[in-house]
Design a protein around this ligand. Structure first.
Ligand SMILES: *Cc1c(COP(=O)(O)O)cnc(C)c1O
Ligand code: SF4
Length: 363
């Protein structure tokens, strides 16, 4: 059967109209092409028409995420691959850092190219991931019985056509030891049109399957994004969100609280808040860890516990994710712990309660 007669999905038509050249960016946003050209020769640009429509002003939080910045080329300290993902790849495109979970890169394309991406070295470059690479990675998973969970990542797995995604999920589901599937996709935020009912019907067949999306600012919580998350949630797909803490985008308590509360109303549970990795070309987005701790502490005290993500740092050198937690345990003093409550007041809690209860019950 010839496929060429089939109508191109709406999301793909949108994607094909993306801003990808310095001239197009100049036409749409008036940015000087000369300053952008060297940046996009190194790190590709893609701003699809939907995400472009969210930009209201130069340097607003949407702009900063996707419009290239000359500072990307002035970051001597950043590393290409700070998490040493390549070192933890037993076969190409598969990262096996934790024994029971493996991350499989099925696509190197995205609906937009985020300027702060931690796989900046890879996204939007070179040929698409080839089926042979995916086949070899699936073989590796098949032969490693300790892998209980597979994360499809990228790039963005949902940039693959439905049939290809369905093929990969079918193969994974046929592996008895793979209990949990996870898809990491920014499309609910950056191209919500991708979340069609057709896609939802496919995903629904591979439960338990979690979709982890990625929103960074309340301006991204549009009616379209809400509807996309609604279609997934109505299809029984549990949703969670990974957010990256970005200077000048979401490094304010009020902004972060609004984002997390808004996500929850869209049935998306905040999961991780990432400290920016030491990726080359992203230094201008980095915030001090103290700032992140303050923000999470604010969320903890002022909003629903369901709104509070784990603030984590993916340790340089491939050490995995380390939680960055505001400590409520101030000190241990003799026979009690001293803690701080949600208003910042000290409270105490006895130590070795178990022993004492035993002693009391005897006497
Ligand atoms: C983050 C990550 C995972 C998943 O970790 P969780 O803490 O379970 O979300 C798995 N593999 C790699 C390589 C990762 O970077
Ligand atoms: S969508 Fe994700 S993988 Fe793609 S550029 Fe943005 S952060 Fe990177």
């Amino acid at each position: 059967m010839r496929r060429s007669g089939r109508r191109r999905p709406g999301w793909l038509s949108l994607l094909l109209r993306s801003v990808e050249s310095a001239q197009a960016l100049h036409r749409h946003l008036g940015v000087d092409p000369g300053s952008i050209l060297p940046v996009i020769q190194r790190y590709p640009m893609r701003i699809n028409p939907y995400y472009l429509s969210l930009i209201q002003n130069p340097q607003d939080p949407i702009w900063k995420q996707v419009v290239p910045d000359p500072r990307e080329l002035e970051d001597p300290q950043g590393l290409e691959d700070p998490l040493e993902e390549e070192k933890h790849s037993p076969v190409p495109n598969l990262i096996h850092r934790y024994p029971d979970r493996a991350l499989l890169i099925v696509s190197n394309r995205c609906a937009v190219y985020c300027r702060f991406c931690n796989r900046k070295r890879k996204v939007g470059k070179g040929p698409p991931v080839d089926p042979g690479t995916i086949r070899d990675a699936l073989d590796y998973i098949r032969h490693h019985g300790e892998i209980r969970e597979v994360l499809l990542s990228g790039g963005d797995p949902l940039l693959l056509p439905d049939e290809m995604l369905e093929g990969i999920l079918t193969e994974l589901r046929a592996i008895p030891h793979v209990e949990i599937l996870r898809i990491g996709s920014r499309t609910p935020c950056t191209l919500p049109q991708r979340i069609t009912w057709g896609l939802c019907r496919i995903l629904k067949r591979f439960q338990p399957l979690f979709l982890i999306t990625h929103f960074n600012h309340p301006k991204e919580l549009t009616p379209q994004a809400r509807a996309a998350c609604g279609r997934l949630a109505d299809s029984g797909i549990p949703l969670a969100c990974q957010t990256v803490l970005l200077r000048g985008v979401n490094d304010q308590k009020e902004v972060m609280a609004e984002l997390m509360q808004g996500l929850l109303t869209m049935r998306v549970r905040p999961y991780y808040l990432f400290q920016t990795d030491l990726v080359r070309g992203t230094a201008h987005f980095r915030t001090p860890i103290e700032r992140g701790i303050e923000i999470v502490d604010h969320l903890r005290r002022k909003t629903s516990g369901l709104c509070v993500p784990h603030y984590v740092l993916d340790l340089p050198g491939g050490g995995g994710k380390a939680p960055l937690t505001p400590s409520c345990l101030m000190e241990v003093e003799g026979d009690h712990y001293l803690l701080v409550d949600h208003e910042g007041e000290p409270r105490s809690y006895p130590r070795e309660t178990g022993n004492r209860i035993k002693a009391n019950s005897r006497g």
